[in-house]
Design a protein around this ligand. Structure first.
Ligand SMILES: C[S@@+](CC[C@H](N)C(=O)[O-])C[C@H]1O[C@@H](n2cnc3c(N)ncnc32)[C@H](O)[C@@H]1O
Length: 309
């Protein structure tokens, strides 16, 4: 059987098993089985496969027909133009989370222009490390604390930090939310689990059977973990610091109401993704802690001024 014939047959099988993007998936799996680039595949498309190559390829196709995600089969995933190792201990990074990275870079860009000291970032829910690593690659002056409750996930993130050459910038910590972060930071980012209990039962087999539940389940309305984090941020942010949270479809108003009640003096912003769905909620605290006095000064600054008078 030639590579071309194998591709055609694999496509038909994947379509039969309701696998989306069958042409692309069969091509990626054939290239992985043969360990060749896309250009090499199409240069040698009429070449006969060896019996070993055929056996390896049909084994991969069988795994995909059982709904195992291609990223777990090949151990690779691309995010923000970078290559990441992934296995079933971590969520496969989603293209939608690139918006969180973009929003974070916009905030960090404004601040780092003004300040000489290193810009400090913390991430809750590291997973593969994709978000922290993308930020580190674009903010060489930043120091990033990144926390996951899952020890195997931290193991994957360690590997990805090395693979992407940012191990000197990222401090990986195992623990609950921001508890292990040792100092207040300028920016907190998080793509925590936000799937509702109802949605958990409706997930595709690729997600339900293979991705870690710990990375998905967010409780009845999906916001359990996010609210837990929000309650902690006040003690973990520097004055003027910001929080950025990725959320699911329809969660923006519940979360913004909760944040407004929790932090009345903070500014809240919601950013939609390319499909127009509210995807990132941002919160920025005032430049100095304390409740704004009637004159518009923070209580801390008011006291200092009245002493000076
Ligand atoms: C939706 S995944 C996101 C992973 C990665 N940041 C990404 O965007 O691809 C959420 C991550 O949060 C972690 N997590 C869940 N509960 C946590 C907690 N209480 N403290 C820290 N991490 C937690 C999970 O283990 C999982 O890796």
């Amino acid at each position: 059987m030639t590579a071309k014939e194998a591709l055609t047959r694999a496509r038909q099988i994947l379509v039969h098993y309701n696998i989306e993007d069958a042409p692309l998936e069969s091509e990626v799996l054939l290239r992985y089985a043969l360990n060749i680039t896309r250009v090499q595949l199409y240069q040698d498309i009429r070449q006969e496969l060896t019996p070993e190559q055929e056996k390896a390829f049909w084994h991969l196709i069988e795994r995909r027909c059982n709904h195992e995600p291609t990223a777990y089969i090949t151990g690779h995933c691309e995010f923000y133009g970078l290559d990441f190792f992934v296995d079933p201990n971590v969520l496969i990074p989603r293209p939608g989370s690139e918006l969180l990275v973009e929003e974070a870079l916009a905030i960090a860009g404004k601040h780092s222009a003004q300040k000489k000291r290193p810009y400090l970032i913390a991430e809750a829910g590291t997973g593969s490390g994709a978000i922290s690593i993308a930020l580190a690659r674009h903010l060489p002056q930043a120091k990033i604390y990144t926390v996951d409750i899952s020890a195997p996930a931290i193991g994957v993130a360690v590997k990805n930090c090395r693979q992407n050459g940012v191990e000197g910038q990222i401090i990986l910590l195992q623990g609950d939310m921001l508890a292990p972060v040792p100092e207040p930071v300028d920016l907190i980012v998080a793509n925590l689990p936000y799937i509702t209990d109802k949605e958990m039962g409706e997930l595709s087999p690729e997600i339900r059977l293979f991705e870690p539940k710990l990375a998905l389940a967010g409780g009845e309305d999906g916001l359990d973990k996010i609210r837990q984090l929000c309650r902690q941020v006040r003690n973990k942010l520097r004055p003027g610091g910001s929080l950025l949270l990725e959320i699911g479809l329809g969660q923006a108003s519940n979360l913004t109401n909760f944040l407004q009640a929790l932090y009345p003096s903070a500014r809240i912003k919601v950013a939609p993704d390319y499909a127009g769905i509210d995807r990132v909620v941002g919160l920025t605290f005032p430049g100095m802690w304390g409740i704004l006095s009637p004159t518009g000064l923070t209580s801390h600054l008011s006291k200092k001024l009245s002493k000076a008078r």
